[in-house]
Write a protein that binds this ligand. Structure first.
Ligand code: 5GP
Ligand code: MN
Length: 358
């Protein structure tokens, strides 16, 4: 059941408890991206302005370096298997409002946080809310569900829900920091408005964010023009030496191994967005990027992207039990890189033949 309450009512804090008890926890998905972090930080600014006593953001994995300048980013708890969970348990135990942003089911949170969130999500004293744009959200999970798969980013969805109509919440409580976070979220999930559903409403909402004070130039400079040199060199290596382009099929596939990460001094978040690059080649309709992770016991990560109506999320879910959007999906594979690679080629070949006209 989708919520028909205005989001500003759902995020109302006075009914949660007395001053001092209005504690909010925001949870994002593992390996958080710009949409996840920007949405969480935007909501944090907003809730603090509305009188929240404390807003804690919890994620599993490191956030990408190019997001660390966003207002409030220094407060994000980035958890790993080694983290001391006692303080996190305490934060969750005191939460009255729990916001799950930019993911659709608990399995996307990652360990060790997933189990802790599962324990509190159904408690009667906790108001739980999901705000997301992924297909097939877990409908029974939360008290209030805001899910819109047509939204190009969760950050845009939040801006739309709080900025539209007569509510004008963005001016009232949001301000420039919130607007900057939500615009950064929207720009990262759309690759600076290059993919996803780009609509008139999106441009109206962006105009509204700019009116409230969103810092467009700063976002472009600090997120999109701040690559480490090692990343540019890695990109050159990927294009020249690691990508297989099948122009008849319209598919490009590349892989990275652990030794490549060492050679280029690449941290996990640094590969964000690389998967989109081969889509710029004329005739390429689908791209897959497979990578080993630092820890050899960790599964192979698979990222898929496509152009038009070619549903790469079908490959992610049918073959690997992953998921995602029509044009941007992902999965994990417990096995060797070469086995994953063979499965990806088979899956994409089959997909392209099944959807010849997309
Ligand atoms: P990325 O390639 O940027 O890691 O992920 C693109 C999209 O694919 C994400 O927004 C998410 O919807 C989906 N996705 C990525 N990895 C996984 C995964 O392991 N499982 C599922 N279900 N979805 C994933
Ligand atoms: Mn997103």
């Amino acid at each position: 059941q989708l919520s028909n309450r205005p989001l500003s009512d759902t995020l109302e804090l006075t009914s949660l408890g007395d001053v001092g008890e209005r504690r909010v926890v925001i949870v994002g998905h593992k390996s958080p991206d710009g949409d996840c972090i920007g949405s969480a930080l935007g909501l944090r600014s907003y809730l603090l302005a509305r009188g929240a006593d404390e807003v804690s953001i919890l994620v599993v994995g490191r956030m990408p370096d190019n997001l660390r300048w966003l207002p409030g980013a220094e407060t994000v708890h980035q958890l790993s298997a080694q983290s001391d969970l006692e303080p996190i348990r305490q934060i969750l135990a005191q939460a009255r409002l729990l916001l799950l942003v930019d993911f659709n089911h608990l399995g996307r949170i990652g360990n060790p946080l997933e189990g802790l969130v599962a324990e509190i999500v159904g408690k009667p004293e906790v108001r739980s809310v999901m705000i997301d744009h992924h297909p097939e959200p877990d409908m029974g999970l939360v008290n209030e569900m805001y899910s819109d798969t047509s939204a190009c980013a969760t950050g845009f969805l939040i801006a739309e829900l709080l900025g539209g109509g007569a509510s004008r919440e963005l001016e009232l409580h949001g301000g420039a920091d919130m607007a900057t976070c939500l615009l950064a979220a929207t720009y990262t999930d759309t690759g600076l408005l290059r993919h996803g559903q780009i609509t008139p409403t999106l441009f109206r909402t962006i105009a509204h964010l700019l009116e409230v004070g969103a810092r467009h130039e700063e976002i472009v400079l600090r997120i999109f023009k701040s690559d480490k040199l090692s990343r540019q060199r890695l990109l050159g290596y990927i294009i020249n030496e690691r990508t297989t382009y099948d122009l008849d099929l319209g598919v490009a596939v590349f892989t990275l191994r652990q030794e490549d990460f060492d050679r280029f001094g690449i941290e996990p978040g640094d590969t964000e967005g690389l998967v989109n690059v081969p889509l710029d080649v004329a005739g390429i309709r689908a791209v897959a990027f497979l990578r080993e992770q630092r820890d050899p016991d960790e599964p192979v990560k698979i990222s898929l992207r496509s152009q038009g109506n070619l549903p790469v999320n079908e490959v992610a879910s049918a073959i690997f039990g992953g998921g995602g959007h029509l044009n941007a999906a992902g999965a994990e594979y417990q096995g060797t890189l070469s086995d994953a690679l063979a499965l990806v080629w088979e899956g994409l070949r089959e997909l392209v033949h099944r959807y010849p006209d997309c």
